[in-house]
Design a protein around this ligand. Structure first.
Ligand SMILES: *Cc1c(COP(=O)(O)O)cnc(C)c1O
Length: 384
């Protein structure tokens, strides 16, 4: 576990549940990605963790930002980002959000359909726009397909139409899915985007940007490839398709930048045994040990949906005998189960009242927290 966070927890013993984020670790990851992909400009995906200390540190490092709403645009501006460093990357935007962002100087917007293009033409005239392509999300633990992106054929027509509407259709984007563990997914997506890029350039469009999206993984329970392996695959594909005439390249990492900078400290509320469905209530062989924490699906661990993201859990008894467990949150909702089928094992000595830590919870936790479900206060956050 991160030593800075470990000593913060030991010294301060903050009330649980809480998220502790080491902002120096955020910087480390940013610099690591910058070194791995020196030709790409980093647009941090704000939604992964929009906390002011994170945004301020990234502004100081020269990062650009990918915002999904006017509120996220405002947070970036408040943190000191220049409006020219902000991309409004959500393909689904309220007119009021487009208007506010455009008035604030944001001039880079994503789209993937005619209807959104019409909104941009009216409310952000002349803006730089880029079209999101639909690509394979195989290999991603948290896929982002279906809802976003369009076909190469449709994107081609959209880009030409964007020019006719007086916009500056300057690039293409894709997202290979979050927590993507297969480097080949970037190569395939780059190939698809490059084909259209070349085609549009031949059609006379002043196209000059490729946005590779996010997806770079954080290490949770299982190993993932190193960032250098992704960089190598990306570099190889870019050179193969563009030669020396590399377009302006953008990446939009979220999880990779903040994921392993955060630790959730949680209290064990209850340890009990529950009979398997169909078993007699007092048959120990037919029961499962359940550990209930004071954080669950509604306290911020939304990505445990479908047991997709598998956080590592530290306990005061690590190293002692383990046994299988189901792990759940504290609310009165039956869906508030974190892990039942993922073969989690925790120390047999673990007891209620003890504290555990969920590692690599810096991304997609603080903002997924519900506000007052069952009366529980929102997740406390400490940035150190
Ligand atoms: C969520 C998102 C990202 C960040 O994805 P990660 O998997 O966290 O890196 C980047 N771009 C867009 C458009 C997104 O929606």
């Amino acid at each position: 576990m991160n030593p800075k966070i470990a000593s913060f927890l030991a010294d301060r013993i903050p009330a649980t549940p809480c998220l502790v984020v080491d902002v120096d670790q955020v910087e480390l990851r940013y610099c690591e990605l910058e070194a791995a992909l020196p030709l790409a400009r980093i647009y941090y995906a704000v939604k992964a963790n929009p906390a002011l200390p994170v945004l301020q540190r990234l502004v100081a490092l020269g990062s650009c930002f990918d915002a999904a709403s006017w509120e996220e645009v405002s947070m970036c501006l408040e943190a000191g980002a220049d409006s020219s460093a902000i991309s409004f990357g959500n393909t689904i935007k309220k007119v009021s959000a487009i208007t506010s962002a455009y008035a604030a100087g944001v001039s880079m917007f994503a789209f993937d359909c005619d209807e959104e293009l019409d909104k941009l033409a009216i409310h952000a005239p002349g803006a730089r726009v880029y079209c999101r392509l639909l690509v394979e999300n195989a290999g991603a633990d948290w896929p982002l397909s279906r809802k976003f992106g369009t076909s190469v054929e449709h994107a081609r027509a959209l880009m030409l139409r964007a020019r006719d509407l007086g916009l500056d259709p300057f690039g293409l984007s894709f997202h290979v899915g979050s927590q993507q563990t297969d480097t080949a997914s970037y190569e395939a997506a780059i190939g698809r985007a490059a084909m259209l890029f070349t085609d549009l350039a031949a059609a006379g469009l002043d196209i000059r940007m490729i946005n590779l999206g996010g997806g770079f993984p954080t290490r949770y329970r299982d190993d993932v490839p190193e960032i250098d392996q992704f960089a190598t695959a990306i570099g190889r594909a870019m050179t193969k398709h563009f030669g020396n005439a590399l377009p302006e390249t953008i990446v939009e990492p979220g999880r990779f930048i903040v994921g392993d900078a955060g630790v959730v400290s949680s209290e064990v509320v209850l340890v009990s045994r529950r009979a398997l469905p169909g078993a007699l209530p007092d048959d120990a062989q037919e029961s499962v040990r359940w550990v209930y924490l004071d954080i669950g699906r509604f306290g911020g661990l939304a990505e445990t949906e479908g047991e997709s993201i598998k956080y590592q859990i530290r306990t005061p008894h690590d190293g002692s005998a383990l046994g299988p467990v189901a792990i759940a949150g504290p609310t009165c909702d039956g869906a508030d189960i974190l892990y039942e089928r993922s073969n989690y094992r925790l120390p047999l000595d673990l007891a209620s009242g003890e504290r555990v830590e969920l590692l690599s919870t810096g991304a997609y936790v603080s903002t997924y927290c519900s506000t007052r479900f069952n009366g529980f206060a929102p997740l406390a956050e400490h940035y150190i």
